[in-house]
Design a protein around this ligand. Structure first.
Ligand code: PLP
Length: 414
């Protein structure tokens, strides 16, 4: 293995790995190599402990009770809101809405802001590299409102064609809904520029931050996005909790999403008035335990040092890319200049699933298929890819195992 000057040294990575109990597992009698981090990350012990601590010591419904357990649960839940606010630099906690994840956050905006503000003939712009969850909600809305969905094309390298984007923006554009980082290609889009161009045209911007939040420093005020969506489970937190950030004035003006308990001020059979932000959008008993554990995940990232995590992932990407390109007939999809730790590839005409099964037999977990980006796969003219995606606990030695694993699989398949 090549020596490297990566910032997280071997001992530090070993320390981090010890915090993730699942990494002790063997798969088919081999130590696990987990390279499916873009689908979901593994959870450190502090996150698992936060879950069990809540259920063992503070389980109660929130915002309702005056008893001690209810107060403790409410305080812990609201502490996560503050942690998220600081983590993404929102201007206040009212701008942080808890959802089930990115998908629900995007659907919330489509169903509230979208239903209210999109009229016949209006235009919404997305891109060719979007995840289905940033396509389908807008398609549903456009169908209902007779609005027009426009798509920014990409280059063969997997970068957005910004000149075409400029031309797609018109006075009818009401929203640009765009991913910050592509889950299939790893491309980091020039988000500030995209937002600035949309704002100049009078459109709002929703940023799908599902893949970006774990890899990049997020500052929603500096970025100046109008909405930002992400999922806890992709940043070392549990599944079932996510965030919608929205600028306060926008969230205040939008109609409610789901109706029920918690989101009301007063209910009568004649008229119901709604709660203030952020509770207006949080109907019913929320996912209390997982939301509390989201704070533990954010604390874990901050304590590990977000900048070091990012540098480590970058070096894994560079090392893996270099090694992979030495494998004959291996083609990497997504060669943008600015990328996160995602490598999508194919070898000859080997089906991604066959490669995935053989790698799993060697203890290596990768993703295969269309990665919920079917239009992108159509654009690339392929059914899917094999995708390896990196996280803070991955090592150069694991990359070596992947390279060996691919070579072994090729020998078996060709
Ligand atoms: N957007 C992108 C870019 C994603 O990668 C994903 C998940 O893979 C999503 C949206 C949807 O996230 P979730 O399934 O957590 O709602």
């Amino acid at each position: 293995m090549e020596t490297s000057t990566h910032i997280l040294n071997t001992l530090q990575v070993e320390d981090i790995r010890k915090q993730f109990p699942i990494l002790k597992r063997t798969i088919h009698n081999k130590p696990i190599v987990y390279f499916d981090n873009a689908a979901t990350t593994q959870k450190p012990m502090v996150v698992i402990d936060a879950l069990s601590h809540y259920y063992m010591h503070s389980n109660a419904n929130i915002h309702r009770g005056i008893h001690t357990l209810a107060e403790e649960a409410t305080a812990a839940y609201e502490a996560t809101r503050t942690a998220v606010q600081v983590f993404i630099n929102a201007s206040c906690t009212e701008e942080i809405i808890f959802t089930r994840g990115t998908t629900e956050s995007i659907n919330l905006v489509a169903n509230t802001w979208g239903r209210k503000n999109i009229q016949e003939g209006d235009e919404i712009i997305i891109s060719e590299m979007e995840h289905h969850s940033n396509i389908v909600p807008w398609q549903i809305l456009c169908e209902e409102k007779k609005a027009v969905l426009k798509v920014i094309p990409i280059s063969d390298e997997g970068e957005l064609l910004l000149d075409v984007y400029r031309q797609l923006l018109t006075s009818k554009t009401k929203l640009v809904a765009i991913t910050y980082v592509s889950n299939s290609l790893g491309t980091i889009n020039p988000i500030s520029e995209i937002i600035q161009m949309a704002h100049n045209a009078g459109a709002l911007v929703l940023v799908d931050g599902a893949q970006a939040t774990v890899h990049l420093d997020i500052d929603v005020q500096k970025m100046d996005c109008d909405f930002y969506a992400f999922s806890g489970h992709k940043i070392y937190a549990p599944t079932g909790v996510g965030v919608l950030y929205g600028k306060k004035a926008l969230l205040e003006a939008m109609p409610v999403f789901m109706g029920g308990g918690e989101m009301i001020k007063e209910v009568s059979f004649v008229k119901t008035t709604y709660a203030e932000l952020p509770y207006k959008y949080e109907a019913g008993t929320p996912n209390i335990a997982d939301t509390i554990a989201l704070k533990a995940a954010i604390d874990f990232m901050r304590e590990t040092d977000v900048a070091m995590i990012h540098q480590h992932e970058k070096e894994l990407l560079e090392y893996a890319t270099k090694q992979m390109l030495q494998i004959p007939n291996l083609r990497i999809y997504g060669t943008a200049e600015n990328k996160t730790g995602v490598i999508s590839f194919l070898v000859n005409n080997i089906h991604p699933q066959d490669m995935g099964v053989l790698l799993d037999n060697q203890g290596i977990a990768v993703r295969t298929g269309h990665h919920c980006t079917q239009p992108l796969m159509h654009r690339l003219g392929i059914p899917g890819t094999v995708r390896a995606s990196f996280a803070v606990y991955n090592t150069m030695e694991e990359v070596d195992r992947l390279i060996n694993g691919i070579q072994k699989s090729i020998k078996m398949l060709l």
